[in-house]
Design a protein around this ligand. Sequence first.
Ligand code: AMP
Ligand code: MG
Length: 410
Amino acid sequence: MEDLMISWEEALNLVLGNLPAPRIERVPFQSALGCVLAEDLVATRDIPPFFKSMLDGYAIIASDIEKVPVELTVVGSSRAGGGMPGRIKSGEAMSVMTGAPVPEGADAVQGVEQTRLSLDKRKVTVLTPVAAHENIVPPGYESKQGEVVLASGQHVGPAEVAVMATFGYGQVAVYQKPTVAVLATGDELVEYHESPRPDQIRNSNAYCLCSQLQLMGIKADYLGIVRDDKEELRRKILSGLMRDVLIITGGVSMGEYDFVPGVFRDLGLEVLFSKVAIRPGKPTVFARQGSKLVFGLPGNPVSALVTFECFVRPALGRMCGMKNPGLPIMRGELLADAKQTPGRTAFLPAWAFCQESGWKVEPLPWKNSADIIGFARANATFIFPRDLEFLHRGEIVELMLLPDFFARQR
Ligand code: AMP
Ligand code: MG
């Protein structure tokens, strides 16, 4: 079964259908940024907690100033944080600052620009009328005590952190991010700080994958390079299985030294698929052992990057509590002709941008699935449908925005 070549959609469904139940943890609210909330949070008090002035000006009784100009007696002032003010009566005004409580009896605030204060500051002349309730926000206007202000499942961004602070939530329940290990395989690999022999290359995939994880707010355990040796591979995979998710790159295709799928089977992992009809990334392997997940991604750098986005991100995102964990898919107009050998859904590098008339997609030149240099110019991939050979300029295609899309500029 697992040797069958399945479609991208089927493979993604298998991944999403084989995830462990998400875990929940309590964290300090400042650490919840980038997580998904796992509980409803309610307002612990009314916001605002009092009748609040929206302006610097004078709290007055609207019926007192129907006919202007009118002189009122100034009976004190209310500033933000300066205690609760008293009460005013007809014929009186109280100076109030933005955000300060309005005194009892007052039903409106007139802005300071519409008034003249006497030299001795005991009288204020109001020059324009104001309707009752103007420039005053009643208690609970923004939220009432007990009301749900953040819902379970909500992604925590800066505004959510502000809401938590507003209501004094020092600790909140969020979906725990899974722990992830990354392993590179191949006798030809050396590390970036080493000098490769003529037959060697530097390992780039491990750093690419760790960076992709970092953009998801997940700090990976990088377990290093493992040689194309079954025993060493076995040992390293076993140590990778200490984490929730293990990502291996290289050694998954049909070559004589591609030992990864065999070792998965020897270790009793349940292999759910090992061939997907996508380009790049055909020999992607997905396996599990109980609640542990293992992804075997192809060694070619673009394949590793693309298959992470196609399969690993949705899995990790869902484990983190996200409802829609995949990259956003848009539809846009292709700006040049494109061609492929039909049979696989292709994810090709593109520069995408949004204009008034919609999304535009410029296909980028690249040489093959090893060409990470060409791919580094992309901010999106456009999706070449599996059964098509040609796409023409002006046609509408689907495109997947890369995770740092909004940070990338030309
Ligand atoms: P493999 O999937 O092991 O057959 O590798 C396919 C291609 O990707 C080969 O050209 C490898 O040298 C290359 N490759 C494998 N692993 C890495 C890596 N970690 N970084 C860069 N290139 C790699
Ligand atoms: Mg290899």
